[in-house]
Design a protein around this ligand. Structure first.
Ligand code: SF4
Length: 467
């Protein structure tokens, strides 16, 4: 198994393979197509599946793939294997319904070069009960979340543990709390499992913003060491959220909800989109003001990108507002794949200026500091029960050495080279004094800031080049 984000294909890989099986998302479309062509030139049998071809099969077929697998694979894999064994020449396998996830086998994590990754991924459910106009999850995976049994989830963690994994795990469910009862049932097993195994993992999950009203669930999540959540806020403007059918963000007071997560021990990463229909001038500034008010350190801001097979895609297509090659998959970097209802230059300018503002190093540091100062100390620090401190126990020497190296690199850049160096050290000592049990996640966010500074720099450079 080769992950092209982590390493290059080698001649030995090609020589070894009888069949080349490929998967990818829309952002990997170009790489997927060129791989199909290369594999065919090398006379390999090519099977392609995954989210991109499930949504848009035409270009992959035109590139020459032999077998196309559309939809979720659980009930198709036997047929694919049989067709290969029978030396059939090609075909399309299509899932006409969503399979129950209780049929999913434990993933072959042993095929992955674990050292290449910061986090392993597991999935406990697919689908989302909401129906945001711009999102393709409901079309791909349905509106009723389908779940693995809690025992299945634990089997996957057992396997990762046996393989020696002791770091982050990303729970890749589109919305981990989409089925609250299921999330609670998983947590009921996960919490004692984590305690009996010495807290080996730290989890990152995706959740809808209504989590902020559910203190019981937040408490259970943090007890299981699910300490980071990715939340789609999208816009601070209520009218925009309603128009995008993101009603759950309207029903829930956003700022209160995000503050509740912060205070009660969850590190939130939030996403925002700029370029929605009906958006008034100044959307970028309103997003910045919102982020500053909630103090969320790391936010992902993208321009709206219209994904195939979404309600938004259909609406804009009917209105003749989709641009040619709208499936390019690029959602950052200032290219819109549709005709917006306000000037494109205005949207792109606000987008770049928002990145410029949010990731000005001193402002980012200040926000991150406020965020972690206002988070409650960990339970362990409070002496209530021995519980996770958003760090992972049982890490080996290699991990510890890596942590020290990362901290040293951060201190070099932000504590020596940066203009905000005095602030950096003041805050380091302030955090150690006022909220020491949150020192590690604070530092992790500062490290993430480095990536954000780089994106900011490159966006500013590109935008100057366009002027
Ligand atoms: S809540 Fe998230 S996953 Fe669910 S439909 Fe909306 S954007 Fe998609």
């Amino acid at each position: 198994m080769v992950d092209l984000d982590a390493r290059e294909l080698e001649q030995a890989d090609w020589d070894w393979a009888d069949v080349v099986m490929l998967t990818g998302m829309i952002v990997q479309k170009q790489s997927l197509i060129s791989l199909i062509k290369e594999a065919k030139q090398r006379n390999k049998i090519v099977v392609v599946g995954g989210p991109y071809v499930s949504s848009v099969p035409e270009e992959v077929q035109a590139a020459g793939c032999d077998f196309l697998v559309r939809g979720e694979v659980e009930r198709l894999m036997d047929k694919v294997v049989m067709a290969l064994e029978n030396r059939e020449q090609g075909g399309v396998f299509e899932a006409h319904s969503h399979p129950p996830l209780t049929e999913s086998p434990v993933p072959r994590f042993d095929l992955v070069r674990m050292d290449d990754y910061l986090a392993m991924s597991i999935q406990t459910s697919r689908g989302c009960p909401f129906d945001c106009e711009f999102c393709d999850i409901v079309n791909l995976y349905g509106r009723i979340p389908r779940c693995k049994s809690p025992e299945q989830v634990i089997r996957e963690l057992d396997y990762l543990y046996q393989l020696g994994w002791r770091r982050e795990i990303f729970i890749s469910d589109d919305n981990f709390i989409g089925n609250r009862a299921h999330a609670m049932a998983v947590l009921d097993l996960l919490i004692p499992w984590m305690k009996s195994h010495g807290e080996p993992f730290n989890f990152i999950a995706q959740a809808s913003v209504n989590l902020g009203r559910d203190l019981e669930l937040i408490d259970r999540l943090t007890e299981a060491n699910i300490s980071h959540v990715f939340v789609g806020v999208e816009s601070p403007d209520e009218e925009i959220l309603k128009a995008a059918h993101k009603y759950q963000n309207v029903k829930t007071p956003l700022i209160d909800s995000l503050n509740n997560m912060n205070k009660n021990g969850l590190s939130v990463m939030a996403s925002f989109i700029i370029g929605f229909d009906g958006e008034k001038k100044g959307a970028g500034e309103r997003i910045c003001a919102f982020v500053q008010e909630t103090n969320i350190p790391v936010v992902m801001l993208n321009t709206l990108h219209i994904l195939p097979n979404t309600k938004l895609w259909d609406r804009l297509k009917n209105d003749g507002r989709l641009l040619e090659d709208s499936t390019s998959g690029q959602s950052t970097g200032g290219v819109l794949n549709y005709i917006p209802d306000r000037p494109e230059e205005e949207i792109l300018e606000e987008y770049v200026q928002a990145w410029n503002y949010l990731y000005e190093p001193s402002r980012f540091l200040e926000r991150t500091y406020r965020y972690y100062l206002s988070m409650r100390p960990t339970r362990a620090a409070g002496g209530v029960v021995a519980d996770p401190a958003a760090t992972v126990n049982g890490r080996g020497f290699k991990d510890a050495a890596g942590d020290i190296q990362r901290f040293a690199r951060l201190s070099w850049r932000q504590g020596l080279v940066s203009r905000a160096r005095r602030q950096y050290w003041r805050q380091i000592f302030g955090m150690m004094k006022h909220n020491p049990s949150r020192f590690v996640p604070y530092i992790v966010r500062c490290i993430m800031g480095e990536d954000m500074f780089r994106i900011r720099k490159s966006l500013l450079k590109d935008s100057r080049a366009f002027q």
